[in-house]
Design a protein around this ligand. Structure first.
Ligand SMILES: C[S@@+](CC[C@H](N)C(=O)[O-])C[C@H]1O[C@@H](n2cnc3c(N)ncnc32)[C@H](O)[C@@H]1O
Length: 177
């Protein structure tokens, strides 16, 4: 992601949670850039806002209490088609209610929405966790959905831990074409 996004870019944190990724994106795009962040839990957004306020980060983050599948409705139309990247860190928020998890249908809808918002060459990173109930199902749904995307829509790389077959994390990188 660090090689794809540049100062001044607009980017998406599709799963804000505690705000670690939001903070990374905020610093990466800098004061002229914008980060649009989504989460369905107010306390996650509060935690993220606290983290951002306690760091020397630019004031460039807009947080929405909304599902990421609705991102295109919340991000102003002037950004549509020009955004540099989107990060999805799926599953549940560590230390929080483990029944609030990302779900296959809304995650796939959100990935499609993000693809529509990115510029050519923009990248979506999707971290899939399989260790919690529902995680493996979601990972398989997302992988299968992404595998069905035409090659002229996105180029997709799937990363696994090659020497650790039982690893619980897989990552997809989608580059918009
Ligand atoms: C693994 S955590 C994200 C961690 C976060 N990126 C960080 O740096 O701390 C996953 C988050 O996704 C959120 N979530 C679940 N369903 C969602 C949805 N439909 N739209 C946006 N966020 C959702 C959860 O509330 C949770 O905070």
């Amino acid at each position: 992601m660090g090689n794809v996004i540049r100062p001044g870019d607009a980017v998406i944190d599709a799963t804000v949670g505690g705000g670690l990724d939001t903070l990374f994106l905020s610093k990466a795009v800098g004061p002229q850039g914008t980060v649009f962040g989504f989460d369905v839990q107010q306390h996650a957004l509060d935690k993220a806002a606290q983290r951002l306020a306690s760091e020397p980060a630019p004031d460039n983050v807009r947080l929405f209490l909304a599902g990421h599948e609705t991102m295109a409705e919340h991000i102003p139309s002037r950004f549509h088609g020009s955004m540099a990247g989107a990060m999805f860190n799926l599953g549940y928020l560590p230390g929080s209610d483990q029944s609030v998890i990302t779900r296959p249908a809304s995650t796939c809808a959100a990935i499609d929405a993000a693809l529509g918002l990115l510029r050519k060459g923009g990248v979506i990173s999707t971290v899939l966790y399989t260790g919690h109930p529902g995680g493996e199902d979601e990972a398989r749904s997302v992988e299968s959905h992404c595998a069905s995307l035409p090659m002229d829509t996105a180029r997709i790389m799937r990363c696994t831990m090659h020497n650790q077959p039982t690893a619980q994390t897989r990552i997809l990188f989608l580059e918009k074409r």
